[in-house]
Design a protein around this ligand. Structure first.
Ligand code: FES
Length: 181
């Protein structure tokens, strides 16, 4: 007698041989080992795909941290410098509509700009210039006004920075740098 692989055996749930099973069960056999075998195979496939997705995600984060600057973005005039008072700010969209950014004038010729979307869950941050921070009211997150780095609350990643150039008294946005730390 040939001993078959247990994974290939069909065992009725009550353990009796197939010839003693009722007709309905013979017509619709329940192949438990085969069923479990498929389940194990599916689970293995799931593990492999999940691992691949995890590795791909880590590679994507690494690539973004190494090559964070979004290149090829258009240079866009935001405002004349003298239109924004020291300690004041201006909201603008860059590089396109629906991508809100904040320009803050920190000094006579010192301006910074960051993405307005909180890196926690994308609520809009608000500048609190007198406290030197961007504040996110959703979960009390705070970012440094000059660097965009997280100071407190849930956010762990800095706000993406808008690269600026001052040309003949006009502030231009020329790129965006996304950072992971
Ligand atoms: S969305 Fe900003 S702290 Fe949660």
């Amino acid at each position: 007698m040939t001993v078959r692989d247990p994974d290939e055996l069909t065992i009725p749930p009550d353990g009796r041989p197939a010839a003693e099973q009722p007709k309905w069960r013979r017509d619709f056999p329940i192949d438990v080992p085969q069923d479990q075998y498929v389940a194990r195979r599916e689970f293995t496939k799931f593990l492999v795909l999940t691992s691949f997705a995890f590795v791909a995600g880590q590679a994507w984060i690494l690539a973004k941290s190494l090559f964070g600057r979004r290149s090829g973005l258009p240079a866009t005039a935001i405002a004349r410098l003298d239109e924004v008072p020291i300690g004041g700010f201006r909201q603008f969209d860059y590089p396109g509509p629906g991508e809100p950014k904040l320009l803050v004038r920190l000094g006579a010729s010192e301006v910074v700009a960051f993405d307005q979307r909180c890196t926690h869950l994308s609520c809009p941050v608000l500048p609190q210039v007198d406290r030197g921070r961007f504040h996110c009211p959703c979960h009390e997150g705070n970012f440094d006004l000059a660097t965009g780095r997280p100071l407190s609350g849930p956010p762990r990643r800095p706000l993406p920075r808008v690269e600026l150039e001052l040309r003949d008294g006009v502030v231009w946005a020329v790129g965006v740098t996304e950072r992971t730390s």
